[in-house]
Ligand binder design. Structure first.
Ligand SMILES: *Cc1c(COP(=O)(O)O)cnc(C)c1O
Length: 400
């Protein structure tokens, strides 16, 4: 990637995604499960750019969505309704209704109250809602506490006993059709054992349901495959698939996976330019034009992203790379060995394809960055940089 040429052409701060890399990652997951019928339902929340979704639609991907907005994005991008899943712990009535009307593959239900709600809404619409229940297998995924979701202390899913009750409830209801079973124990998983344990527990439940004539078609293992940000030892998709399939012998479920980060994380970078250097009594700061409003992960999760000053090596000393936002928590990298920089130098922040742009905001009235796709050696704009007028449009009309 010629970062300098891209920064010159599109200005900074800028997100750049390698679509060939995205396709490669999609195929890696899909191929890992080739022994079975499978659906890769890309987790739209990781990066919901319409051109990216279109690319994934063309590759045959499905979509795992956590709002009706994401469902609509997926449909607009060309992902067929029968490949779309709607997950999430708090769905509004109107979202549930629209998902049922759009005839998506299934709704992932996360509580007893939600099951009743979905039934009621399906009844009102005179429809049968295809559903799956999210089981919380109470497994420690050994990842960051903010992104761990499979422990009983988390807000996600229902325990095994409740799940059984809910499947019976759904079986009896003329308005619910249980078609799947779902778990998702966390994000940025780098160990196989928790996944295998969770899969075994949920597979056991699925088999026990079969004995009482609840025949499920989809075994949905969620997302969470980790990527390398620094020096993590990550899981190979093949080993991931083997671990899951080893718990499913004697069954013929269609395997559904919901990878987000794995598909786009390392296919994207964030480009930002140096504004100034500043040396305080105790610290060296490199102040750049990108900030926490553009890339929140470092501030939110204390996440590590590799940073590099493009085309400079020189003598490196420790520095923090920080943005212009009025918060001490506004940093992109801390205590990194970096060469002396000058105004205009370009810094590349790696592994920024997932949970980057989608978490951006207009905090400090900063326009969201542009997004660019690289494909087969060509670059193209896939989201225009926001303008000041765009940011204030929803307010200015009401000014009296
Ligand atoms: C966030 C999420 C995913 C995707 O997680 P990644 O770590 O990006 O793979 C998949 N499924 C559900 C239900 C999620 O909430």
């Amino acid at each position: 990637m010629d970062y300098r040429a891209l920064a010159q052409k599109y200005d900074t701060p800028l997100y750049v995604y390698d679509f060939n890399e995205v396709a490669k990652n999609y195929h890696a997951v899909k191929n890992a499960f080739k022994a079975r019928k499978s659906l890769v339902a890309y987790a739209v929340k990781a990066n919901s750019n319409m051109s990216l979704l279109k690319l994934l639609a063309d590759l045959g991907s499905g979509a795992d969505c956590v709002s009706i907005g994401e469902v609509k994005r997926a449909l607009l991008a060309g992902i067929p309704s029968y490949k779309i899943i709607f997950s999430g712990v708090g769905k509004r009535d109107d979202e549930i209704a629209e998902a049922i009307q759009k005839d998506i593959l299934y709704i992932n239900i996360e509580s007893e109250a939600e099951a009743e709600r979905v039934e009621l809404i399906a009844k009102e619409l005179g429809k049968v809602a295809r559903v799956s229940f999210r089981v919380n297998p109470d497994i420690d995924p050994k990842t960051h506490p903010y992104i761990s979701t499979g422990l009983s202390e988390n807000k996600f899913g229902v325990d095994i006993e409740t799940a059984k009750k809910l499947y019976l409830f759904a079986k009896k209801s003329p308005y619910l059709l249980p078609v799947g079973i779902h778990f998702h124990i966390g994000s940025q998983l780098t160990q196989l054992e928790p996944i295998k344990e969770a899969s075994a527990i949920v597979a056991e439940l699925a088999k026990s349901l079969q004995k009482i004539d609840i025949d499920l078609k989809f075994f949905d293992v969620g997302g969470g495959l980790g990527i390398r940000y620094k020096d993590e030892k990550t899981i190979e998709p093949y080993d991931y698939a083997q671990a899951i399939l080893s718990t499913l012998s004697g069954t013929d479920y269609t395997i559904v996976t919901e990878p987000g980060r794995f598909i786009v994380g390392n296919a994207g970078v964030f480009l930002t330019r140096v504004l100034y250097e500043k040396q305080t009594a105790s610290k060296r700061f490199i102040i750049v034009d990108g900030a926490m409003n553009d890339l929140l992960r470092p501030s939110l999760y204390d996440a590590y992203h590799e940073v590099e000053v493009v085309g400079k090596n020189g003598d490196a000393t420790l520095a923090d790379v920080v943005g212009p936002v009025c918060e001490s928590g506004d940093f992109l990298a801390k205590d990194r060995l970096l060469p002396k920089t000058e105004h205009g130098d370009l810094i590349v922040v790696k592994s920024a394809g997932a949970y980057g742009f989608v978490m951006s905001s207009n905090y400090n009235t900063r326009p969201r960055p542009a997004e660019v796709a690289l494909e087969d050696g060509k670059d193209r704009l896939i989201r225009e940089r926001e303008s000041f007028e765009y940011i204030i449009e929803k307010e200015i009309r009401f000014m009296v």
